[in-house]
Ligand binder design. Structure first.
Ligand code: FES
Ligand SMILES: [Fe+2]
Length: 312
């Protein structure tokens, strides 16, 4: 256990491991996540699979030189071949496949342009699925931008940032302290907040709504000034490191030749705010019993909800 964070670095839940477009049909990618080495591959028919990376034969990493062949993944070292469920289906020049020639297969969900893997320390099956995001497919929305950071922190800290109204004023120079209402239902947490945002026409009241499905997958929607929706996906990669990926969708211009510059400026502002959070996240510790002031009621609500993923 890391002394900065008094709980497991690898909570239970769905976590993004790649963007869909990084993995063409027949593609193979090595992954380092949850303190493990994994391999992600896509069959010729388009299905994505994730397996433990090290071959049960002599230990080659299947993500470095492995090849997809007829829906299976072939080891680069001696050609043992595995299906998407991790079973060895062929060994060159060997009539028999030995028992135990299997790799652990991880639950995968691919939607909204992202590939997610379900992690549970005990290997339990997923208890929920991540829902489809209408903005990812509706023609009136455009994929605007994607951005990834590697940050020395814990995924809990990144979720907690959403429920921390005071920091928006001090870290992000917001014009006012946002009022955030949080409510939880099982693995889902919802946040609704209003905040004054600067625009060339003066401050405008904006609305931010967030929905988390576990600690690894948030959808955040801005409205009021411009319509922006984004996926914020924090994935624990090592005991003290998180890979954070943001995928932004903005509403397309309503008039032909119209502009979505306001939406693009809001995306740039959100990216700027992440960069402002990073030095705080990288150097802080987690206080299990924080001294909270008035107006910080959302933090204990978030912590109570997140406990289910961090324990057991
Ligand atoms: S190490 Fe994979 S086939 Fe030998
Ligand atoms: Fe922040």
């Amino acid at each position: 256990m890391n002394p900065r964070f008094p709980f497991t670095p690898y909570p239970r839940g769905w976590f993004q491991v790649a963007w869909s477009e990084e993995l063409p049909a027949g593609g193979v990618l090595p992954l380092s996540c949850f303190g493990r080495e994994l391999v992600l591959f896509r069959t010729e028919a388009g299905e994505a699979h994730v397996l433990d990376a090290y071959c049960p034969h002599l230990g080659a990493h299947l993500g470095h030189g492995g090849r997809v062949h007829q829906g299976n993944l072939q080891c680069p070292f001696h050609g043992w071949t595995f299906n998407g469920q991790g079973a060895c289906v062929a060994i060159p020049h060997a009539p028999k496949i030995p028992p135990g020639a299997t790799l652990n297969a991880w639950p995968v969900q691919e939607l909204n342009g992202v590939i997610l893997v379900y992690h549970a320390a005990d290997g339990a099956a997923p208890e929920w699925r991540v829902p489809a995001l209408p903005e990812a497919t509706e023609p009136e929305w455009l994929l605007a931008q994607k951005k990834q950071w590697r940050i020395r922190t814990h995924v809990q800290e990144i979720s907690e940032n959403v429920a921390d109204p005071t920091h928006f004023r001090y870290v992000h120079s917001a014009l006012s302290m946002p009022e955030a209402e949080l409510s939880s239902e099982g693995h889902v947490l919802r946040m609704d907040s209003k905040m004054l945002q600067p625009t060339p026409r003066g401050p405008v009241q904006g609305r931010i709504q967030g929905e988390a499905h576990g600690l690894g997958y948030w959808v955040i929607r801005f409205s009021g000034i411009a319509d922006v929706a984004f996926i914020s996906a924090a994935t624990p990669v090592g005991p003290e490191h998180v890979s954070l990926r943001h995928t932004f969708f903005i509403r397309a211009p309503t008039q032909p030749g119209g502009s979505n510059n306001v939406g693009k400026a809001l995306v740039a502002e959100i990216l700027r705010q992440v960069e402002e959070d990073i030095p705080i996240w990288e150097n802080k510790v987690y206080r299990p019993k924080p001294l909270l002031s008035a107006g910080e009621r959302a933090i204990p609500v978030l912590r109570h909800w997140s406990r289910q993923f961090l324990e057991g």
